[in-house]
Write a protein that binds this ligand. Structure first.
Ligand code: FAD
Ligand code: NAI
Length: 467
């Protein structure tokens, strides 16, 4: 077969790129090494983790806040097997959805490992059966990422695990030791803490979610400690872990050089992810690698080989599904002769803990580093009528705006349902709104979105109404 474009990898980057290519009239193929489509995000990432976060949140609310709402339940218990089954059902329904979209857009799907034979020839090796070769004018590599592991700390997938195994545990851990206080550690730690596990986070740096605005990590740390009993150990350098079949021991070195030992029954290693290019045989096409295992690309996401592009987790930038999707669309449109553009500074980051955490644009730390004159406006959810009604009063919205022009430069929030609220900030910033622009717009009452308006009022001339 001969194609205009062949996409390798069917995650959010790959399958979205394939659809956009097909929409633009290109004859398109997609190769996926697993038997199901959707990649990390759908099968072992975004979707299953959110399914378990939702289920565990229901349980936590039923056991902690229902009584206050006047709802009394007896004999409440968790059926973890059913929780995991529901999650699998959610994945399956989305797998089927992507398969339908491929069919609808007349995209040929090949199941098997894709590897370059040459610049324009790809071999597909299925798990069973014969290899086949397809010819293609252009290629989009969207092979994603895998968990980073420490060389001295072998993941046995039984008790010393990564996020993939943590999504299918047969029991809630008694005590889970989490290495890394980033997004995965805090989201999956929240799932099990809500189901009754004790959670200890061992973090190398001095803060959780250290790349987000520092105020967010500080508030999230306080709330996770208060509501779910998380314990945090910062500036601890993990030195090893052992599993005796029943229990794990994790050792770390603190800032005084002392060895500290943590004992539990599971250890989750969540210290980041690394680009995945194994088996692609990039040398056959002459594709050059960049730093830290990434494929090197230019501003159009084209590699050093004309006609071969790479997108998503396998290239530089945030490892996020929506970033991969935007890049997939950009490459398809660029190939079609259009002039697409991505504003990487306005790709929002969200952590789906409770309260949720989200940010877009520059952090306060980055503005300080740039020496930019800025002003801030904050509004706490404890002053929101809607948040009081739902008993979700932790957190705040913080707006950073240019001191002279009032243009919004960054919005950072922690609070109820702000994973959705951050979209307002993205839209405002894409249109280069000023804080006063948002402050003058009507926000429905009572909603959590009023916190955004109030923070903008506060940033404008300290004009917040409700605080
Ligand atoms: P992937 O989704 O990794 O897909 C790559 C695909 O390529 C895979 O299916 C792989 O099998 C296939 N492949 C690899 N090599 C070959 C080959 N040689 N031949 C054929 N196929 C191949 N991001 C968010 O934005 N929001 C979230 O809530 C979120 N939650 C997450 C939770 C967890 C637990 C994890 C692990 C990640 C989460 N992420 C989240 C990150 C998100 O999953 C990734 O950023 C996203 O999946 C990257 O998309 P991608 O298309 O680049 O690659
Ligand atoms: P992460 O980069 O978010 O966090 C890793 C944390 O581990 C950092 O705080 C880092 O300082 C710490 N760390 C690194 N090495 C360490 C060591 N040796 N000992 C102790 N701590 C150490 O990575 P994480 O949580 O593994 O997630 C990987 C990626 O997956 C994220 O960066 C994100 O791109 C994506 N993801 C996104 C989600 C979302 O959008 N909601 C959810 C889950 C994952």
């Amino acid at each position: 077969m001969k194609y205009d474009v062949t996409v390798i990898g069917s995650g959010p980057g790959g399958y979205v790129a394939a659809i956009r290519c097909a929409q633009l009239g290109m004859k398109t193929a997609i190769i996926e090494k697993y038997s199901v489509l959707g990649g990390t995000c759908l099968n072992v990432g975004c979707i299953p983790s959110k399914a378990l976060l939702d289920s565990s949140e229901h349980f936590h609310n039923a056991s902690h806040t229902f009584k206050e709402h006047g709802i009394e339940l007896d004999n409440l218990k968790v059926n973890l097997g059913q929780m995991i089954n529901r999650k699998s059902g959610v994945i399956k329904s989305n797998n089927d959805g992507i398969a339908y979209l491929m069919k609808k857009n007349k995209i040929d799907v090949y199941n098997g490992l894709g590897s370059f034979v040459s610049k324009n020839k790809i071999k597909v090796m299925p798990e069973a059966g014969e290899a086949q070769e397809i010819e293609t004018e252009k290629v989009i590599i969207a092979t994603g990422s895998k968990p980073t592991v420490l060389p001295f700390l072998p993941v046995d997938k039984e008790r010393i695990i990564t996020s993939t195994e943590a999504l299918t545990l047969k029991e809630a851990p008694k005590h889970m030791i989490i290495i890394g206080g980033g997004v995965i550690g805090l989201e999956l730690g929240s799932v099990y803490a809500r189901l009754g596990s004790k959670i200890t986070v061992v973090e190398f740096l001095d803060s959780i979610i250290p790349t987000m605005d520092r105020a967010l990590g500080k508030e999230l740390q306080r709330v996770l400690k208060k509501t779910l009993g998380f314990e945090f150990f910062f500036q601890h350098k993990v030195t090893g872990a052992t599993n005796d079949g029943q229990n794990v021991k994790v050792t770390a070195e603190n800032t005084k050089g002392e060895t500290v030992t943590f004992e539990g029954d599971y250890c989750l290693v969540s210290i980041g992810r690394k680009p995945y290019t194994e088996g692609l045989n990039l040398e056959a096409a002459g594709v050059q690698m960049g730093e830290r295992g990434m494929i090197a690309v230019n501003d159009h996401l084209e590699t050093n080989v004309p006609g071969i592009f790479a997108i998503g987790d396998v290239v530089r930038g945030a490892m996020l599904a929506h970033k991969a999707e935007e890049e997939g669309v950009l490459v398809a449109e660029y190939m079609a002769g259009q002039k697409p553009h991505i504003n990487y500074n306005l790709i929002p980051g969200v952590v789906y803990t409770w309260p949720e955490v989200a940010g877009v644009g520059f952090t306060e730390e980055q503005l300080k580093e740039q020496g930019r004159a800025y002003k801030t406006g904050s509004f706490p959810f404890k002053a929101s009528g809607r948040a009081k009604a739902s008993m979700d009063t932790d957190g705040f919205v913080k707006v950073l705006a240019d001191k002279t022009t009032d243009e919004i430069l960054g919005v950072h929030m922690i609070g109820p349902r702000i994973a959705d609220l951050i979209a307002e900030a993205v839209v405002a910033m894409e249109f280069r709104a000023s804080a006063e622009d948002i402050a003058r717009m009507s926000h429905a009452h009572p909603t959590y979105t009023e916190a955004m308006k109030e923070a903008c009022l506060a940033a404008t001339e300290n004009r917040a109404i409700h605080i």
